[in-house]
Design a protein around this ligand. Structure first.
Ligand code: PRT
Ligand code: ZN
Length: 286
């Protein structure tokens, strides 16, 4: 039997659609996983295990799965013997402490002697001990945000993304303990055969990620401005310069990190750039 890698992804939940989409953008035919626990990609040596996210770290640690896509927060909490291979940029969130809006907050000593509800007792205990604060940790598995309102705790330590859950429960965020995003996590010791498949997978995932974070830019300018505009464009190498039908004018093509675009747009226009187009990239091999 040819060797295949096994990747565990969340069956349904916040990570599942983006995990499947990432693998599909890497050209891997991923079955939907609706009524199945295990499925095989037909065009890549990868099997997909669809699981609850809480069960995944154990499966990777004990070798039932070689890899997984999981929120870093879960890995930080569980302290498993696994390794983070790549951060994947989606499902970004933070783990924060929040208290009732009406309370005055002066710093972490606020929590001394108080009761904090959380699903992340390990990370919270670590944070409190670093702050030299003694508090009672009350572990609950869901709906942490209602704990202060029903008198179960004085504060919460929970995952936040938009902040609207805290807000609608009359809470305010006062400390961020960690930030998290989805990550590709792997077993510590893969066989050389499996490492070789992982390298192929990473080559594809890196091409997808690079394409997501970069844009293709096309602009027109008079030839005398080419040098100045080229100096502003970060690009992978120097820009491609294509003459326009109108003499004395050229089009410049380049690639730039999306985050840089808004920073340099004014400088480009001041240097004489016109008709600027910013176009998504499908795959980018560096
Ligand atoms: O069923 P299963 O056990 O597999 O899933 P789950 O319900 O345990 O996890 P799920 O799908 O809710 O979350 C999976 C992962 O998504 C988490 O481990 C995080 O890494 C990541 N993530 C990103 C989030 C959020 N954003 C998020 N907003 N996980 C949870 N939330 C919850 C949070 O607990 C709180 O209740 O959303 C609420 C806060 O959201 P805002 O937008 O109101 O601030
Ligand atoms: Zn879960």
């Amino acid at each position: 039997m040819p060797i295949r890698l096994k990747i565990a992804i969340q069956k349904s939940g916040r990570l599942s659609d983006s995990s499947k989409q990432l693998l599909r953008e890497a050209g891997i035919k991923v079955p939907n996983g609706k009524n199945t626990l295990l499925a095989s990609a037909s065009n890549f040596p990868l099997d997909i295990l669809y699981l609850r996210d809480d069960d995944i770290p154990q499966y990777v640690e004990d070798g039932t799965a070689d890899l997984c896509i999981l929120g870093e927060n879960v890995i930080f909490e569980e302290d498993r013997s696994v390794q983070t291979i790549r951060q994947l940029g989606f499902s970004r969130c933070r783990l924060s402490l929040a208290i009732p809006k009406s309370e005055t907050y002066h710093g972490p000593s606020y929590f001394q002697g108080r009761k904090i509800a959380t699903s992340y007792p390990g990370i919270l205990a670590n944070y409190l001990s670093k702050q030299q604060v003694e508090a009672e940790i009350h572990e609950i598995s869901g709906s942490v945000e209602i704990a202060p309102n029903i008198g179960l705790a004085d504060a919460v330590c929970d995952i936040v993304s938009s902040g609207s859950t805290l807000f609608s429960n009359g809470l305010k965020e006062v400390e961020t303990i960690l930030t998290s995003q989805a990550a590709l996590i792997g077993q510590k010791d893969l066989s050389p055969e499996k490492e070789a498949i992982l390298d192929k997978l990473l080559f594809r995932l890196d091409a997808v990620r690079a394409a997501e974070t970069n844009k293709y830019i096309i602009l027109n300018c008079e030839n005398e401005n080419i040098e100045q505009i080229s100096n502003i464009l970060p690009g992978i190498k120097s820009p491609t310069v294509v003459p326009l039908a109108q003499s004395g004018w050229s089009a410049l093509h380049s690639v730039l990190p999306e985050d840089d675009f808004w920073e340099i747009i004014d400088a480009l226009q001041t240097a004489g750039a016109q008709g600027i187009l910013v176009v998504p990239i499908q795959k980018m091999i560096l």
